[in-house]
Design a protein around this ligand. Sequence first.
Ligand code: SF4
Length: 253
Amino acid sequence: MSQAQQARDFVRTRGLPPGADLPLLAVQARALYRVLSDRANRRRAGDAAEAAHRGFALSTRSHPPGPGIACRAGCAFCCHTLIVVTAPEAFRLARHVRGDAAADRQRIAAAATATRGVPADQRARDRRPCALLLDGRCTAYDARPLLCRAGNSLDAAACEAGFGDPGIVIPASAIPLRLKDAHMLALVAALRAAALDARAYELNHALTVALPSADAEQRWLSGEDVFAGVQQGPPPPPPHAALLERLAAEAAR
Ligand code: SF4
């Protein structure tokens, strides 16, 4: 079996490992690029996010975070911080909210207004909940972005002590965080290869842009800067920049 076939089989059955190398990342990036390039599919941006999230879930099952994870349903200290999403993730979240009769659009709009332009440190101090958090639970759990999927804690008491204090370091398993980096790299590379916007945007505001009409996804796919004015998150970290360029070239092959 060729090395390329081995890489495809590994990613199909086990997802990406933490610290995945270029051949494995390229398999995932190509799969996402294929979704993003299917011009007959008007929902291909949200579908690419869904494929990225499925890949992350498979990777997590194959590479669990290890013992001591303190996260539990109803514990949501981490949902009171600044979260950034890629545009496809915003469209996936919007699709989820639109299909949820119980979703409170007024609450989402109010959260977006209250958090617009607030820097990350201040967001942590303000203790304002994410627009999608209700009664301590994520109302869009199945569609939550990569950043939320990877967030974890080994110490619930530290999360409580650090609530409102961005200076407190929360001990966490590095495995989900490294898996998130790998899947984010593959998604960003696929977006670049497809000549689409690969920036990350603040969740609350981005959601109010993506939510009102499914048309926003088509306009974004045709190159319109629909998220203009939305607070942006950090670009991929510098050590990943060269890898990202190579990966984007591989994705389109
Ligand atoms: S999307 Fe869900 S998991 Fe993520 S911060 Fe918002 S409520 Fe929490």
